[in-house]
Ligand binder design. Sequence first.
Ligand code: ADP
Length: 862
Amino acid sequence: MMAQYIALKQQAGGSLLFYRMGDFFELFFEDAKIAAGVLDIALTSRGEHDGAPIPMCGVPVHAAEAYLARLIRAGCQVAIAEQTESPAEAKKRGGSKTLVARDIVRFVTAGTLTEDALLEPRRANVLAAVCEVRGSIGIAACDISTGRMELEECTADGLGAALARLGPSELVAPEGFAEGAYAAVPRAAATFDSARGEARLREVHGVATLDGFGAFSRAMLSAAGGLIEYLDHAGRGKLPFLLPPVVRETGAHMAMDEATRASLEILSSSTGGRKGSLIEAVDRCVTSAGARLLAEDLSAPLTGLAAIRARLELVSWLHDDPLLRGDLRARLRAAPDLGRALGRVVAGRGSPRDLGQLRDGLGEARRVQGLIAARADRPALADALLPALAGHGALIDLFARALVPAPPTERAQGGFIAEGYDAALDELRRMAGNSRRAIAALEAKYRDETGVAALKIRHNGVLGYFIEVPARHADRMMASDSGFTHRQTMAGAVRFNALALHEEASRIAEAGGHALAAEEAHFEDLVASAVKAREAIAATAAALARLDVAAGQAERAAEGGWSLPRVVDEPRLAITGGRHPVVEAALAAKGERFVANDCVLVPDDRLWLIGGPNMGGKSTFLRQNALIVLLAQAGGFVPAQSATVGLVDRLFSRVGASDNLARGRSTFMVEMVETAAILAQATPRSFVILDEVGRGTSTYDGLALAWAVAEAVHGGNRCRCLFATHYHELARLAETCEALSLHHVRAREWKGDLVLLHELADGPADKSYGLAVARLAGVPAPVVKRARAVLDKLDKGRAATGGLAAGLDDLPLFAAIQHEAEEAPVDALRERLGALDLDALSPREALDVLYQLKRAAEGAAP
Ligand code: ADP
C-alpha cells in the first residue's frame, strides 16, 4: 500500500494528499503532521517505513468538506485520491489480496472551489493568472463557481492595482514571475502560451474564432492559456464551467491601488472583516449574487458617464417607487443562487436540489420580468435587462413537471422525480408500494397463523426483510413443516424467512432498482438540458443580480436619506451635507449624531488644506468625500444632501505612517513609497486625499515633506485634493498657491475642557489643542501641566527665531525647482559608453573596456 501511496504523493507534489481508505481520508508522513496541526486532530502512527513509525491522521469522508475548508483557509492545497474501483472489482481483478486502485481525482485549491460549504455566499471566489508578453501584462480571471471569466491587459505598474481590484483568492504565474503582494502558484512558463490559450478557449466554447467574444491581445490569451491549463490540472482533465471570456477595457474603471482600497476600507475594514467596511454599511441586497455584484461595483467604479447614469437612473426609479421596490425585493428574496447552482450543475457536481434551484430561480426571474414589463416608465437599463429575465419557459416547464417540489441533495436514494412525469417510473413505484402493502398484510396473516401476537416483519441492510419472534415462541416455527426457514438467532429473538415474504421482497428490490435507474437517467437528461441553456441561465442570474443591487441601493438610500448624485464630466466636486456612512452608523449605535459637512473643489480652488485638533474629524471628512465619489461612480446614491461629482479617473487615499503600524515595512518608508505613487500617477482628473502625510518622521523632515508634497500636488498633478495636516506652518502655502485654500475642523475650549465640534470651517486652524486632547485622553494632570510649561518655553523660542517655518519666504516656488530637477544629473558611465566607437574595437579591446566599465560602475555604487 505504501508504494501506491508514495507514487500518488509524488503526483500530488506540494499538495497534501487525502488518501481514501473506506470511510476515511488518511494523511501520512509530513502531510499528517501539517494537517493534524492545522485541524487540531489526533496524530497517530501506523506500520513502519524505513524503520520508523509512519505518522498518520484521518478525517471522515462525510465531514471532509469542513476539514478541507480549514486547510484551504490556512493556505494549503489538497489532492484528493479516491478509490477508482470497488474492493469486489479489485478482488475479481487480482485475487483477494489485491489493493484497490486509487487515483488523484482533483486538486482542491483556494481558487478552484465549487462546494457550497467552502464558498462565501456574498463574495466572488476569483482565480487569476498573470503573465508578461513583451512588456505587457496579461491577466485572466475567473470565478468558477459562476463561470465568469475576464481578460485584461495592463502595464507592469498597473498590475498591483488590477490585482487589488480583483482580490483573487489564488494567483498563478509563470515560474520566476515576481508579483510582490501576492504569493503566486508557479507554473511552467510553457503553459502560458497565447496560441494554446486561444485554441483552448475556442475548444471550450465550441467556436471557430473568438472574434464574437471580443478582441483579445496576445498577453490576454497567454494568461488565459495559463489559467485554463491550471484548471485542467486541478480538475485532472475535467474543466469547470466557464462562460465566454469578456474583455475588461483599461480605463473603463476608476483606478485605485491596494493602499487606497485598504485605507478606504471598501470590502473589509482595517481589522480584516466585513464589519466596519463600506460594503457592510451599503449592502442591502437580498440575494448572495446581488451582494457579490455590489462588491464588484464598489471595487471597480465606472468612469463612463453613460454607464454610470444608466445605473443611477435604475436606482432612482426604484428609489422613487417604494411599492415596486418592495415587490421586486420580495421576489428576489425568494430566488435561490442561480449562478452557483448552475456552476455546480455544469461542473458535473450538481444535485437534484441544484436542479430545483434552477427551476425556482428561473421561475422567479419570469415573475420579476412580468413585474417590470408591466411598467410603462421603465428606465433604459431595466429595459435592457428584460430579455435576459424571460425566455426559459420550456425549461421551467420541464423542470416543474419532472422534479418534486423540494428535491434532495443526494440522488442515491432517488425520490426526486415527480409523479406523473414518467408512467413507467410511476408503475415501478406502484409495484414497490403494492409489495410493501402486501408485506404489511403478510405480517397480520403470519400472526394469525402462528398465534404469536409479538411477531413482526422487519428490514435491515444485511438480511433484507425477515420475520422476527421472541425466542420463547421460536420452537413452533422451527418445525420443518411450519413454512418458515430459520435465518438468525439473536439474544432473545429468532429471525425467519418465508416464501411469500421472499417473493414480495424481491419484487420491491427489483422495482426499486429499476426505479432508481430510471430516475438516474432522467437526472442526466435534465442536467443536459440545463447545460445546453447555460449561457442564457447565466445571463438571467446576472440580470437578477443587477436588479438586486439597484433595489438594494435604493433601499439603502431611502433608509438613510441619501441623495441622487449629479455626475458630470468636469474636474469639480461639490458636496453639501456629506456624511461618512460607516462612522455615522457607529455613532448612531451609540446614540450620537453625525455632523454633516460640505466640500467644494473647483479648478481654481482644488486643494483644501485642513487643520485642527486630533480627533477633530479630519480623517473622517477626507474619507467621506472619497467614498461619496466612489459610491456615485459605482452607480449608487450617496450619503449627502446633494452632490455633484465630476468624473474621477484615479482615486488615491493615503494615511500618514503612524496610523498603520501593523504593516511590516518601515512605516515611514511605506508612506513615502505610496506618496511617490500619487505624485507619479495623479492626473488633473484624479481625486487625492492625503491624511497627515509626513507624520512618520521627525518634525522638520515631516513638515518639509508635507510642504513639498502639497506644492507638487498643487502645481504638478493639479488634481482635486484634500490634505489634512497638523502642521500650522503649512498654512503659509496659501500665500503662494493660488488654487489652495485653508480650512479647519472646529473645536472650542470651554471651562478648560476641549469640545470637538466636528464641523468644518474656512480659514486656518488657530492652535493645535494637543495638550487639551491629551487631557481628554486621560493623561494625568501633572504631566499635562508640565507639558504646558515646556510648550510655553518653545513658543517663546519660536517667537524669537521666527519659528519652524522661518526663512521659508525665500524659498523658490515648486515649479521652479521642478524645472531644475528635470535636468538629469551627469552620468559618467553613460557618457563613456556613448563615446565608444564599437566598430573600431577588437574583441579583446571590447572585453577590456567592459571590465573597466564594470569596475567604474562598482566604484560608483554606494
Ligand atoms: P482626526 O482625523 O481629526 O484625528 P477623526 O476623523 O479620526 O479625527 O475623527 C475622530 C472621531 O471623531 C471619529 O472616530 C468619530 O467618532 C468622531 N467624528 C469624526 N467626524 C465626525 C462628524 N462629522 N460628526 C460626528 N462625529 C465625528
